[in-house]
Ligand binder design. Structure first.
Ligand code: A2H
Length: 255
């Protein structure tokens, strides 16, 4: 952990159908319900294949701005309320308590995501004392995301345990979005295969894989898709982030 505050982008992923427990929101959901994913790499949304939540995690549906509803942890909703992004400073208003399991399989649309509809899937390594507890999934550029998606594809028992339907997982392939010299355009996959990462719980190898791709992706990576294809990640990241915020698809958040 660094000494200064960590600045995240909260990507608003809209719930397309209020299934299961979320249906209890009723009229409160009329302004739109959003899973608020915390990312350090907003420019990677072009490679989004799903969204992650922790099945055992505690979440809530909180009142946001403009009648919107934000799904995140209590801790992050409290932080956000002090950053003038909710109606009442210091008092997050919880409309519905949720577990991560209640979120599994919800269909979502996400900004800049090439798929019209993606799904919430389980990531067992999510920490609830960091970010919002909701995470974007970009298996091309994040070894954690690549390995967790592969776990779900390979293990029918794992899908069964969390009630995950095949069609929420199987059609979603790694999308090449950033070219990293030396690693190619599916860097996380290449490095996980090279190091023979076994599963999302293979902590030591995943740490090594992340060390190899994260910094290089940001400093040497070149975008392959979107309006800034051909330009360096480090140059266009702030531009893409600002555009998402200007369009109402993302919020700044720090902790
Ligand atoms: B990043 P830091 Cl493509 N628990 O987004 C576990 N991981 C979490 C989390 C939580 N509560 N909240 C956020 N994260 C992930 C994209 C990405 C990310 C790419 C490449 C690198 C990368 C796609 N997932 O992060 O410990 C999120 O994954 C590099 C570290 O606060 C978030 O950004 O520094 C990152 O970890 C935040 O990690």
């Amino acid at each position: 952990e660094g000494v200064g505050p960590q600045e995240y982008t909260l990507v608003k992923m809209r719930v397309l159908e209020l299934k299961g427990k979320l249906a209890e929101l009723g009229e409160a959901a009329e302004g739109g319900v959003f899973l608020m994913a915390a990312t350090l790499r907003p420019e990677t949304m072009y490679g989004q294949t799903n969204c992650w939540a922790l099945p055992e995690g505690k979440y809530g549906a909180y009142k946001g701005l403009n009648g919107e509803v934000y799904v995140m942890t209590y801790r992050s909703a409290l932080n956000l309320s002090y950053q003038e992004r909710t109606p009442k400073r210091g008092e997050p208003e919880c409309l519905l308590e949720l577990t991560g399991q209640d979120l599994m399989g919800l269909p979502l649309t996400a900004p800049n995501c090439p798929h019209e509809r993606i799904y919430v899937l389980p990531l067992l390594t999510i920490l609830t004392n960091k970010g919002t507890g909701i995470v974007t999934s970009v298996p091309s550029d994040s070894p954690d995301d690549y390995t967790a998606l592969l776990d779900l594809k390979k293990k029918p028992k794992l899908r069964e345990k969390y009630g995950i339907a095949d069609e929420w997982v199987m059609p979603f392939e790694v999308l090449p979005i950033i070219d990293i010299p030396g690693f190619g355009d599916c860097a996380a996959q290449v490095v996980c295969e090279l190091l023979k990462v076994q599963s999302q719980n293979d902590t030591a190898k995943l740490a090594e894989a992340k060390g190899m791709v994260y910094l290089k992706g940001f400093t040497d990576g070149v975008m392959k898709v979107g309006p800034y294809a051909g330009r360096k990640v480090s140059e266009v990241k702030p531009i893409i982030k600002e555009a998402m915020m200007a369009d109402g698809h993302a919020l700044p958040y720090s902790e």
